[in-house]
Design a protein around this ligand. Structure first.
Ligand code: GAL
Length: 822
C-alpha cells in the first residue's frame, strides 16, 4: 500500500558491484554479517492485498503448485465473499448469520524470489481469515487455524524456492453454520502483508512498550524487544531504539549490545525516563513512536516501528474508571465488525467516518464485540481518542448452538477446537493489541454458556484465560461480560478483575454494598427503555440504565452503536436494527437522546412520534423490540392535521419550541425525570424549531421543516481528495430535496450511481436491513430521502467523476481528486 505507514522504506540500497561476492559468501557460509558482506537489505514490508486468484469452491489439488487457477476470479483484499451472496431464507446460518450462506473457498497467489531473497525469511501476516484457514506454501500445509478473527503470522521460509512461481494457497472453510451469533463474513476479509527479512529478526508484534510510572513532570518507559537468531552464527548484536515525540522529535536513543547464539530467541529490555510527557487522552490523543533497529557490526539487519501512548488507566471501587488520574465516566457503545453492504471487508476510511460520528455524539469508549476487530480499528481509536474494551471471545468451550443447529459431531469438534486453540488465540490477540493506548481493558468472553450451565467449568476456564492474559500483559485488567440470566450474581464475578454485567445495571448497583472492593462496568445496556413498550406510542425513558449508573460503575456500553448484519429478528431482515446509527452512519432519531446524555457541549434535537410507524411496530413483535428506539422520525412533513407528539432531546436547562415563529411554550430539563421534553402540537406545515437556553442565553437550536415536492438531488462528500492507494474511501451522502433544499422524507426511488475515472463504487447503502438486493449493485432505492455512496480510490492519481440519476430529476455530478501521497 503506497501510503501504509507500516511499509518501511529501504534505507540502504544494494551495492550492485558487491552482489556477486556477497552471493558467494552468502550461499557458501549462510548469513554472515561481516566486512565481506555488502550492505544488508534490512526488512521489506509490503502490502500483499493485490492479485489473488479466488474461487468459491473446494477443488481437489488447489494447494498444489501446478493446479490451473487461470479461470478463477482475480480479487484484491480485504475480500468478503459471503457478502456477495444473496441472502437465502433456507441458508443454515439463519437469523444468526443474516441468511448469508457459508462455504469453502480458496485464494492463491504467487511469490517470486531471486537468490538473494530466498536466503532471507518470508513472513506472511493475515489480519483475519474466516474461518478454519489452512495456509499452504508450495503444496505444504502450515496448519489450520479455526478462529477467524485473530491476526496471525506464518513463517513461509521453509518451503520457498528461487523462482517466480512460489505458490501461497489458502483454504477457508465457513461451511459449518451458524457459527457465530452474528454475520461473520468469510474469506480473507482483512489485509494481508508480506515481510522479507533477515534470519536475525524482530518477530511479529515483537516490540512491547509499557510505561511503569508517569507523573506530569516525567515518565518512565520500558521497551522489550524480542529477537530471533535463525542463523548458524553467534552474532554480536546492537539494538538501537529511538523514541520519538508526537511531533516526531527524537527524545531518547537507547543502545544495547549483546550476542545471540545460533537458534537463540531473546528479549532485550531497555528503559528510559523523559521530561514533560504528553499524555494520550480523549481530547488530545498524543502518540509516541518507537523505532527499533538491529545491527550486526555496522549493518542494519532489521527494524520495526511501534506506536504507543503515555496514559494511566485504573478501575477503582466506588469511583469507577480513571484516565490520567481523573475519573472519567465511560460513555460507550458496542460495535460488531461489519460495515453494512461492505460485509466484513471494511476499509479504514469507512471505520474512520463511523467512529468520528460516534465520537462527535459524545461517545468516548467502544466495546469491540465480541471478537478481535481489524487492526485499523484500534489504530483509529488511538488516533481519535476513543477508549477500547477489547474482547477476544463470545462463547468458550460450550457453543451457543443447540441440537437444532448442529449435529453432535459438530458440537464436539467445536469444543475440541476451543481446548486446542485458546492459548494461541490469546497470545496473538494480546501481542497485537497491547501497545495501543486506547485499550483500557481486556475481555475474555461474553455471556458464556458455562456461566449458565456449568459455573464450575466456567470458573476453571475463566481462571486459565485471565491467568494467561495477566502473564502476557500485567499492565491491564481483565473482564468477561456476564450473562444477565442464571444465578445472580454469577460465581464467576469473584474471579474477574473488573465485573462486567450485561443488562443488569440497577442490580449491579445493589451489589456494590455487598462487595465494596469490586469494580463494576455495564458492558451492555439498551439505548432507551428497559422493556419493549406494549404501546409503541408511549415513550418513557425513565428506567434507562444510564440513570442508574452511579460513581461506582465505570460506565456503560449501549448495544449497539451501529446496526449490524446477522442476529436478525427474522426473514427478510439481514440484521439487527437496534443500533443508534444505521449501517450508513446516519443517526436514528433516538440517537440524539444518547447524544444528550453523552455530549458535554450544548445540543438540542427535535423528533416527532410517527403514529403509523408505531402501529407497524406493534404488529410485528420480536424479542428484539426492547433494543429498538421508539417510533420517532426527524421530519415535519405529514399529510394529516392530527396532533403530533413532539419529543425534544437536550442537555441544556430550558427549551422553547416554536411553530412557524409562534411559541409553544418552554420546558425545563430538571422537571422531566426521563430527560425528554414533550409537546403536543396540532400539525401545521412550516418550521418546528427548538431553541435551547442555558442561563437565559441561546446555546443550541434545531429545526424541522415541511418539505414540498421533490425538486433535485444534493450531494455531500466527506473528502475532496483521496489518497491514490487503492484503499481510501470518500462517502457521498445523496439527498432528495425540495426547491428550498429540505429533505423529502418519503422519497424512496431507485438512485443510480456511476463512477468513472480513477475510482470505483465500493458500495451503495440505504441502511435498510430488509433490502435483499445484491451488495455490489449501482442502483438502489433511497430510504427516508437518502442514500450513501462509498467511492474507493485506485492506485493511479487523477479525477473520479460520480454521476447520480433518478427518474424525473436532473442528473447531478461531482468530481473528486485522487492523489498519490508519496
Ligand atoms: C446480548 C449479547 C449481544 C447481542 C445482544 C442483543 O445479550 O451479548 O451479543 O446478542 O444481546 O441481542
Amino acid at each position: 500500500m503506497v501510503c501504509n505507514k507500516r511499509s518501511i522504506q529501504l534505507r540502504h540500497s544494494i551495492n550492485r558491484s558487491c552482489l556477486l561476492l556477497f552471493l558467494l559468501v552468502w550461499v557458501g557460509c549462510g548469513p554472515h554479517y561481516s566486512k565481506t558482506r555488502p550492505e544488508i537489505l534490512g526488512r521489506q514490508d509490503q502490502s500483499w492485498d493485490q492479485g489473488w486468484r479466488f474461487v468459491l469452491d473446494d477443488p481437489n489439488g488447489a494447494e498444489t503448485v501446478d493446479f490451473n487457477d487461470s479461470d478463477w476470479n482475480l480479487v484484491s483484499l480485504p475480500h468478503d465473499w459471503m457478502i456477495q451472496q444473496i441472502p437465502d431464507i433456507n441458508a443454515s446460518s439463519g437469523t444468526a448469520g443474516g441468511y448469508y450462506p457459508g462455504g469453502v473457498a480458496w485464494y492463491r497467489k504467487r511469490l517470486s524470489l531471486d537468490r538473494e531473497q530466498r536466503q532471507r525469511k518470508a513472513t506472511l501476516f493475515l489480519d483475519g481469515a474466516y474461518r478454519q484457514a489452512t495456509v499452504y506454501v508450495n503444496g505444504h500445509s502450515l496448519g489450520t487455524r479455526d478462529f477467524g478473527y485473530v491476526s496471525r503470522a506464518y513463517d513461509l521460509s521453509r518451503y520457498l524456492h528461487v523462482g517466480p512461481d512460489n505458490l501461497i494457497a489458502i483454504r477457508v472453510d465457513s461451511s459449518v453454520q451458524p457459527m457465530d451469533r452474528w454475520y461473520s463474513g468469510s474469506g480473507l476479509f482483512r489485509h494481508v502483508h508480506l515481510s522479507l527479512h533477515e534470519p536475525l529478526y524482530i518477530p511479529p508484534y515483537g516490540v512491547t512498550v509499557t510505561t511503569p510510572w508517569i507523573t506530569d513532570q516525567q515518565a518512565q518507559i520500558k521497551i522489550r524487544t524480542q529477537l530471533h537468531n535463525d542463523t548458524p552464527d553467534l552474532l554480536p548484536c546492537r539494538l538501537v531504539t529511538q523514541v520519538l515525540s508526537p511531533a516526531g522529535k527524537t527524545i531518547a536513543e537507547l543502545a544495547s549490545e549483546f550476542s545471540l547464539s545460533p537458534g537463540q530467541q531473546d528479549s532485550i529490555e531497555q528503559q528510559t525516563t523523559f521530561d514533560k510527557p504528553q499524555r494520550w487522552d480523549l481530547d488530545y490523543p498524543e502518540l509516541y513512536h518507537v523505532e527499533s533497529q538491529v545491527y550486526v557490526n555496522k549493518y542494519l539487519i532489521d527494524e520495526s516501528e511501534t506506536n504507543f501512548g503515555i496514559r494511566t488507566v485504573a478501575f477503582k471501587p466506588q469511583t469507577g474508571f480513571w484516565l490520567n488520574e481523573r475519573p472519567v465516566k465511560l460513555k460507550g457503545v458496542c460495535l460488531h465488525h461489519d460495515g453494512g453492504v461492505l460485509g466484513a471487508a471494511v476499509p479504514r476510511a469507512v471505520w474512520k467516518r463511523r467512529l468520528e460520528i460516534l465520537k462527535d455524539m459524545g461517545v468516548n469508549a467502544v466495546r469491540l464485540a465480541h471478537n478481535p476487530h481489524a487492526p485499523e480499528v484500534l489504530e483509529l481509536c488511538d488516533e481519535l481518542g476513543l477508549l477500547v474494551y477489547d474482547e477476544l471471545y463470545d462463547k468458550w468451550r460450550m457453543p451457543w448452538q443447540t441440537e437444532e443447529h448442529w449435529s453432535p459431531e459438530e458440537t464436539q469438534q467445536y469444543r475440541q477446537s476451543f481446548v486446542e486453540r485458546w492459548q494461541r488465540d490469546i497470545d496473538d490477540f494480546i501481542a497485537r493489541d497491547r501497545n495501543h493506548p486506547s485499550v483500557m481493558l481486556w475481555s475474555v468472553g461474553n455471556e458464556t454458556m458455562e456461566q449458565l450451565k456449568d459455573p464450575n467449568e466456567g470458573i476453571a476456564i475463566l481462571k486459565a484465560l485471565v491467568g494467561r492474559v495477566h502473564e502476557l500483559d500485567p499492565s491491564r485488567e481483565v473482564t468477561c461480560a456476564m450473562h444477565p440470566h442464571g444465578e445472580f450474581p454469577s460465581q464467576l464475578i469473584h474471579h474477574l478483575d473488573v465485573v462486567s454485567y450485561n443488562y443488569q445495571t440497577a442490580a449491579m448497583v445493589e451489589l456494590q454494598s455487598k462487595y465494596p472492593t469490586y469494580r463494576w462496568i455495564a458492558s451492555e445496556t439498551k439505548a432507551v427503555q428497559n422493556e419493549a413498550p406494549a404501546d409503541w406510542t408511549t415513550v418513557d425513558f425513565s428506567r434507562n440504565s444510564w440513570f442508574a449508573i452511579n460513581d461506582g460503575i465505570a460506565g456503560q456500553f449501549i448495544w449497539s452503536g451501529i446496526d449490524y448484519l446477522g442476529e436478525s429478528p427474522g426473514w427478510p431482515s439481514r440484521g439487527f436494527p437496534g443500533g443508534l446509527l444505521e449501517t450508513t452512519g446516519f443517526k436514528k432519531p433516538h440517537a440524539y437522546f444518547t447524544e444528550s446524555l453523552y455530549r458535554d457541549d450544548p445540543m438540542v434535537h427535535v423528533t416527532v412520534m410517527d403514529s403509523q410507524l408505531a402501529q407497524k411496530r406493534s404488529q410485528a413483535e420480536s424479542w428484539q423490540d426492547s433494543w429498538y428506539g421508539p417510533a420517532l422520525v426527524d421530519h415535519w412533513t405529514f399529510s394529516d392535521d392530527q396532533i403530533k407528539e413532539v419529543y425534544v432531546f437536550t442537555n441544556a436547562e430550558v427549551v422553547e419550541l416554536t411553530l412557524n415563529g409562534e411559541s409553544l411554550g418552554q420546558r425545563r430539563l430538571s422537571e422531566s425525570p426521563d430527560r425528554i421534553l414533550r409537546w403536543q402540537v396540532p400539525y401545521q406545515p412550516g418550521t418546528l424549531k427548538a431553541i435551547a437556553y442555558q442561563e437565559d442565553k441561546i446555546v443550541a437550536e434545531h429545526q424541522l421543516q415541511t418539505a414540498g415536492s421533490v425538486h433535485h438531488l444534493e450531494l455531500m462528500r466527506d473528502q475532496k481528495v483521496l489518497k491514490a492507494n487503492g484503499q481510501d474511501v470518500a462517502h457521498i451522502e445523496i439527498t432528495a430535496v425540495d426547491e428550498d433544499g429540505i429533505r423529502v422524507p418519503g422519497f424512496a426511488q431507485p438512485m443510480e450511481v456511476k463512477v468513472t475515472g480513477v475510482g470505483r463504487l465500493l458500495g451503495l447503502d440505504n441502511g435498510d436491513l430488509c433490502d435483499l438486493s445484491p451488495s455490489d449493485i449501482d442502483t438502489r432505492s433511497a430510504r427516508h430521502g437518502q442514500i450513501l455512496a462509498m467511492i474507493q480510490s485506485e492506485t493511479q492519481s487523477g479525477s473520479i467523476k460520480i454521476q447520480v440519476t433518478t427518474d424525473g430529476l436532473p442528473q447531478i455530478e461531482l468530481t473528486l481528486k485522487s492523489q498519490s501521497c508519496d
